[in-house]
Design a protein around this ligand. Structure first.
Ligand SMILES: [Zn+2]
Length: 381
């Protein structure tokens, strides 16, 4: 079997010979912000007016665009309604376009085997990697694998950059190693931390992290320091990373992978509803910045979509799960708004989660030949 590294090296050679990127045109389309309303949420606590814990999305954002109350994850043999799977359905526009990444270090680690929306965009247009961003959860290094698909037409040269606390720790510990002399007693411990962080993603990735992203982490460290006690945590951290990235890196495509409603696996229902409120507050900060900043105002499309639903039966001993293939775990929603999208429409039609990528690609003026979902022409104003 060909190793990941050999595969990537071969791919790089193939791309160099075609010179795809050198000829790519400057991008003049809309910015796109994808919000994964993640960690699995039900329609009831999000878009149902009688029970919603997401009032900003429901009352301020839905009237600005097209709400799709009946978006679903298709019932497929061998499909799973979970976080990585749903995220990759959204990013690739296909179902089951992933495989086990085969890590020795963590389970539950999938990687796409089809191109992601990031690759389609960066293949078609001259967009540097730091303007195609995934914002990931605090300690989900398994989602580091979503930045590009293992596919022989696109791949790592068209990947997104990743912002996450894991990435910051890698930056910080590498700098600490430089700053400490090798004879410093703390050096051994920091070196151990560094090796542990590297082990979470053993791929030998080239090209390396963009200098713009390294500069982003330098500023983050200056602001929040090294102790990890002053930066926000959980999904508030994702909001903070997103706000700073929007201000400093000017991304053209960004996906924010909120996740904290998933704490309901271990806790009670209030963890879940509180996490939904935190995402709703994050949405408010992100949309307000987009409305106020000239780079984004009037030129930014938002797509809000959950990774998966959750079980609807509250009477079972473990409510709010999503791994048992119940109907409600397949029931999600979609909300699109921005330039070119009809305002105040509720699309009364069942739509697949795989429609998100081809629809966004079309809105950006990008071909997405490997997607399988529908392009939602009904969004058009
Ligand atoms: Zn879960």
């Amino acid at each position: 079997m060909i190793s990941r590294r050999e595969f990537n090296l071969g791919l790089g050679a193939a791309l160099a010979s075609t010179g795809t990127r050198a000829t790519a045109a400057p991008y003049r389309g809309p910015n796109v912000i994808v919000i994964r309303y993640g960690g699995g949420v039900r329609r009831r606590e999000t878009i149902d007016p009688a029970h919603s814990y997401s009032p900003y999305m429901l009352h301020d954002l839905a009237p600005r665009g097209v709400l799709i109350p009946d978006m679903v994850i298709d019932q497929l043999e061998g499909g799973n309604t979970s976080h990585a799977e749903g995220t990759l359905n959204i990013l690739t526009g296909r179902y089951k376009a992933y495989r086990d990444a085969g890590s020795r270090f963590l389970t539950d680690r999938l990687e796409p085997v089809e191109p992601t929306l990031f690759e389609y965009l960066r293949d078609a247009y001259d967009i540097p990697s730091h303007q195609a961003l995934l914002i990931n959860g605090e300690d989900r290094p398994q989602e580091e694998f979503f930045t590009y698909g293992v596919h022989n037409h696109y791949g790592i040269d068209f990947r997104s950059e990743m912002l996450s606390l894991h990435r910051f720790k890698l930056y910080k510990v590498a700098r600490q190693l430089e700053e400490l002399g090798t004879d410093d007693p703390a050096h051994v411990d920091i070196e151990k931390q560094y090796q542990n962080l590297l082990a979470a993603d053993p791929r030998d990735i080239a090209p390396k992290q963009s200098p713009d992203v390294t500069a982003f982490w330098r500023r983050w460290r200056l602001h929040y320091g090294d102790d990890g006690l002053r930066n926000p945590r959980g999904d508030r951290l994702l909001t903070e990373l997103t706000i700073r990235a929007m201000e400093q890196l000017r991304p053209r495509l960004i996906m924010v992978n909120y996740q904290d409603p998933d704490y309901v696996h271990w806790g009670n229902a209030s963890h879940y509803t509180r996490a939904i409120q935190v995402i709703d507050e994050g949405l408010q900060r992100i949309v307000r910045l987009a409305d106020a900043d000239d780079f984004y105002a009037g030129n930014t499309i938002f797509a809000i979509v959950p990774d998966c639903g959750r079980d609807a039966n509250d009477l079972v001993s473990l409510p709010f799960q999503h791994h048992f293939n119940t109907r409600a775990a397949h029931e999600i929603f979609g909300l699109f708004f921005g330039p070119g999208i009809t305002k105040g429409r509720v699309l009364d039609k069942q739509v697949d989660q795989t429609a998100v990528a081809p629809t966004l690609a079309a809105l950006m003026g990008v071909q997405s030949p490997r997607t399988e979902g529908d392009i939602l022409s009904e969004l058009g104003a």
